[in-house]
Ligand binder design. Structure first.
Ligand SMILES: Cc1ncc(C[n+]2csc(CCOP(=O)(O)OP(=O)(O)O)c2C)c(N)n1
Ligand SMILES: [Mg+2]
Length: 357
């Protein structure tokens, strides 16, 4: 009997999948200068935070899982600047950048990755479970597609409470193959809920290329079948992301129901800290790096006379200083006392007894 699975096994000796990089974004940056430079600063803050995190992981200061967003910064930078403080954010385990640009302090993010009490989730969550109710950043979810039903529920709550919030939910293209995606999409469409589904399509789910695991690789076609307003934008271009999220969020806010927005992007590093990267060619990665979101944007700003090298270095130095401060903060943080380890893990005994009675 032939047991070969059509499409192959991502770990087999099959040749790596090919995903050529599209042409780099061009044309003038339409932002006012200060706003334009802030978006550059945002991307650099994520990049420098994560480069340092990788180093600290190697040094054993950060443990557990660590998924880097390096290469994908234009998505969080464009999107967060297009959303409002009253909006809800839900993200995945690759969420350092979303949390940071949402306004979670870098100190609290770094301390969380160290597992210290001063972390934004009190050291209980680590890299994959950043959380901050004050900025309406509702995680950090380790389960693929796990954020989608949460976002749909938050949107339902906003509707029932008559609060004019958009719930923006970020997830990878791997989530589109999960049942939770389809359940969330169906209910959001059926109930016309104010959710903005932001699919960060970086073409791979761990070591599996999109076309090896999904029969329909046109993700907008899938979402549109619910039916949901489905759109696509260049996720390597902070300008395109900002415009796309602004317009999609406006539609959701106006009560026109959910929007599915595919942001085409690429991760430059391994899936997490352990990944031999046998599923893609080095040349492919290099081609995407050559149109990296930070340097193509920097080149455009310079060509327009909005930025010079000295100003670039000053913005970058500010990001580096913020990272150095965050590391010192995390180092100086406290470990949770062993006696507190079971606190908040289960309901208090009195409550449990009360429920039984
Ligand atoms: C329900 C579930 N299945 C499997 C995993 C293991 N897993 C962690 S990340 C990942 C890949 C997800 O890829 P994608 O959604 O494209 O996001 P990306 O990592 O590319 O940002 C998988 C399969 C998981 N965390 N949850
Ligand atoms: Mg992916």
């Amino acid at each position: 009997m032939n047991t070969t699975i059509p499409g192959g096994d991502a770990n087999s000796a099959a040749p790596p999948s090919a995903h050529p990089a599209p042409p780099p974004p061009s044309g003038p940056v339409p932002f006012p200068r200060e706003f334009a430079l802030r978006r550059l600063g945002d991307m650099l803050r994520i990049r420098r935070l994560e480069e340092k995190s990788a180093e600290l992981y190697g040094a054993g200061k950060i443990r557990g899982f660590l998924h880097l967003y390096i290469g994908e910064e234009a998505v969080a930078a464009g999107a967060m600047a297009a959303l409002r403080p009253e909006d809800n954010i839900v993200a995945t385990y690759r969420e350092h950048g979303h949390a940071l640009l949402r306004g979670v302090a870098m100190d609290g993010i770094m301390a969380e990755m160290f597992g210290k009490r001063e972390g934004c989730s009190r050291g209980r969550g680590g890299s994959m479970h950043l959380f901050d109710a004050a900025t309406r950043f509702f995680g950090g979810n380790a389960i693929v597609a796990g954020g989608l039903p949460l976002a749909t529920g938050l949107a339902l709550a906003a509707r029932l409470q008559r609060e004019p919030r958009v719930t923006a939910c970020f997830f990878g293209e791997g989530a589109v193959a999960e049942g939770a995606f389809h359940e969330a999409m169906n209910l959001a469409a059926l109930w016309h809920l104010p959710v903005l589904f932001c699919c960060e399509n970086n073409l791979y789910a761990m070591g599996t290329a999109l076309e090896r695991s999904q029969a329909q690789i046109d993700l907008c076609a899938k979402a549109a079948s619910y039916p949901v307003d489905a759109r696509s934008a260049d996720g390597m271009d902070v300008v395109a992301v900002h415009e796309a999220v602004l317009s999609a969020a406006e539609a959701v806010r106006a009560g026109r129901g959910p929007v599915f927005l595919e942001l085409r992007t690429y991760r430059f590093r391994a899936h997490s800290m352990f990944d031999a990267e046998l599923y893609r060619d080095k040349a492919e990665v290099e081609a995407w790096k050559a149109r990296g979101p930070i340097h193509t944007y920097t080149a455009r700003l310079k060509a327009q006379g909005l930025l010079n090298e000295e100003q670039f270095l000053a913005i970058d130095r500010r990001a580096e200083d913020e990272v150095a401060h965050a590391v010192a903060f995390a180092e100086a943080g406290q470990w949770e006392p062993v006696d507190d380890l079971l606190k908040d893990v289960t309901a208090a005994p009195a409550l449990v007894q009360g429920a039984v009675r």
